[in-house]
Design a binder for this molecule. Structure first.
Ligand code: KIV
Length: 305
């Protein structure tokens, strides 16, 4: 087939891709789908992802949303917290996730100091996630004190997810990675934050490490979907960190984590077996080697040996 013919066929397929996907039952969810899911009490499934392979597997599993969390600082780069994570790292990982999960709603997590300062920088950095990594939304940590940033990003036409409760970027002020909203006074503060975030135009809200009673009040009060990571069963959906779910992250395990696999154990065993087999010359075996063509080794021997 001539290249130009091939290219025009490719262009035609790309143009019709949304219709083709719909006809095969593949529908990329939007914020409207999530609002409908909340109304009919269908739980939203949400997972962090930092790379192409996990994003691809998550999409195949029917995951509703993926978060490129700045938790990648700890889970991928081995930092002690999330503060050192840069916009550049977030963009590169967001691009990989988007490539692995082209039909899933993906959310880019704005890293520390990419939005807390002036509003122009907040809009610019949020926009980079959309322009360079084709995300569907960005997430910002903080309650009423970041309302101006949420407003500026929403006013620029972008979808925002708020994040309150245990906010790792300000964990120093919280006295560490501690559950929030455990007193009446702090629960009331969280409820006011949640209402203000919805009022400002955020489309989604994430609650981290708060009691289920408080999660329930907020999820019932708000009309936008309210997701939970350690905020109880009553929220509109659940988020886990992929490295926790798979049993890969070993530094610490928060109370809200359920490990669905022990990949660290499986990987460790595979590495140890490989080391042992190489040392003992059990690997590679005949089936892993490339043989010379018939008669070629004899020729080589007569030329060089
Ligand atoms: O970075 C992240 O993965 C997050 C979760 C901890 C909510 O923000």
């Amino acid at each position: 087939m001539a290249i130009s013919n091939f290219e025009s066929q490719l262009a035609e397929i790309s143009k019709n891709l949304p219709k083709i996907m719909e006809s095969h039952g593949v529908h990329k969810k939007t914020i409207l789908d999530f609002i409908e899911m909340k109304k009919r009490r269908e739980k939203i499934t949400f997972l962090t992802s930092y790379d192409f392979p996990t994003a691809m597997l998550a999409e195949r599993s029917g995951m509703d949303m993926l978060l490129i969390g700045d938790s990648l600082g700890m889970c991928v780069y081995g930092y002690e917290g999330t503060l050192p994570v840069t916009m550049e790292q977030m963009i590169v990982h967001s691009q990989a996730v988007r490539k692995g999960a082209p039909n899933t709603f993906v959310i880019g997590d704005m890293p520390f100091l990419s939005y807390q300062g002036n509003l122009d920088a907040a809009v610019h950095n949020a926009g980079r996630f959309f322009k360079e990594a084709s995300v569907d939304a960005v997430k910002l940590e903080g309650g009423r004190r970041i309302i101006p940033q949420i407003k500026a990003i929403v006013d620029a036409g972008m979808v925002v997810m708020g994040h309150i409760g245990l906010t790792p970027q300000s964990s120093g002020q919280l006295g560490g990675f501690k559950a929030q909203g455990r007193t009446c006074e702090s629960a009331l503060e969280l409820i006011k934050d949640a209402e203000a975030i919805q009022e400002t135009g955020a489309f989604l809200l994430l609650l981290e490490a708060i009691p289920p009673e408080v999660g329930k009040i907020i999820a019932e009060k708000l009309s936008i979907p309210v997701l939970s990571i350690g905020a109880g069963i009553h929220c509109d959906g659940q988020l886990l960190i992929v490295s926790d779910l798979l049993g890969l992250f070993q530094a610490f395990t928060p109370k809200f984590v359920k490990k669905y696999a022990n990949l660290a154990g499986i990987i460790q065993e595979a590495f140890e077996t490989y080391v042992r087999e190489v040392k003992k010359e059990q690997f590679p075996e005949e089936k892993h080697t490339y043989r010379m063509l018939d008669g070629e080794f004899e020729k080589l021997k007569s030329n060089y040996m």
